[in-house]
Design a protein around this ligand. Structure first.
Ligand SMILES: N[C@@H](CCC(=O)N[C@@H](CS)C(=O)NCC(=O)O)C(=O)O
Length: 232
């Protein structure tokens, strides 16, 4: 039975932009596993698969339901043992937790500053109301104030990405000579930006930009198949 992957979508069901869901899309691609996307708008996420407080990605594989991109990656490695691993052993799993925490605490806030209002604009009306309510609580200001406050250039993002820029001086991927789940963690953050930001704010002319382009092309261009929001 095909694995079902519940993924966040905008007003357009083919607009898949969630950073965490992209981590999982590339995890499936990495392992060569087929899956069926079930697009889910913000207001339907919490109650998915009988839940009350869910976040996506959520996947169903037969009778098994797994939530959280890291948990899904670990599940896939444990279950589909004859496919390419997403982690380099137990130490690899442990180190990936660090990459997740770095990406989430340093990279995600910089991405959010650049695309928060663009995400809002791409949602259906009922999801816009939900997004406004929840995100204005988090940021302590209106979405419009956020949009005004943060300049639309990527200086802050590039600063946050410096550890990756330096790492790519001596290796092709975070995983070494091939990508691992840790690469998809940071890829997810930049794909979130690429698929939502109307301004031209993607990294350019550096190693991170080159690494991201390479990942967009992998797995028959699975990442590139969803268009960039910025026409530039
Ligand atoms: N740590 C989780 C984070 C999941 C998460 O925050 N998902 C967001 C979408 S990017 C979500 O479901 N948001 C729904 C909401 O805000 O109610 C993972 O890696 O899967």
């Amino acid at each position: 039975m095909t694995i079902r992957l519940y993924e966040l979508c905008g007003a357009d069901e083919t607009h898949l932009f969630s950073p965490h869901c992209w981590k999982t899309r590339l995890s499936f691609a990495h392992k060569g596993l087929d899956f069926q996307t079930v697009p889910v708008p913000f207001t339907k996420v919490a109650s998915l698969e009988g839940g009350t407080d869910r976040k996506v990605p959520v996947m169903r594989d037969g009778e098994t339901v797994v939530q959280d991109s890291f948990e899904i990656a670990k599940y896939l490695d444990a279950t589909y043992r004859d496919t390419p691993p997403l982690f380099d052993g137990e130490g690899g799993i442990a180190m990936t937790q660090f990459v997740i925490n770095w990406s989430q605490s340093q990279v995600h806030p910089e991405v959010a500053k650049l695309c928060l209002f663009d995400i809002y604009s791409a949602l259906a009306p009922e999801d816009q109301a939900f997004f406004r309510m929840t995100r204005e609580k988090i940021f302590g200001m209106t979405l419009e104030e956020c949009d005004q406050k943060f300049e639309k250039n990527n200086a802050g993002l590039m600063k946050a990405l410096l550890p990756l820029e330096l790492t790519l001086k001596t290796q092709d991927f975070i995983g070494g000579d091939k990508p691992l789940f840790a690469d998809y963690v940071v890829f997810g953050a930049l794909q979130w930006l690429r698929t939502t930001a109307k301004n031209d704010v993607m990294p350019k002319d550096n190693r991170v930009a080159d690494w991201f382009e390479r990942l967009l092309d992998m797995y028959d261009g699975a990442g590139r198949a969803v268009p960039a929001a910025c026409a530039a």
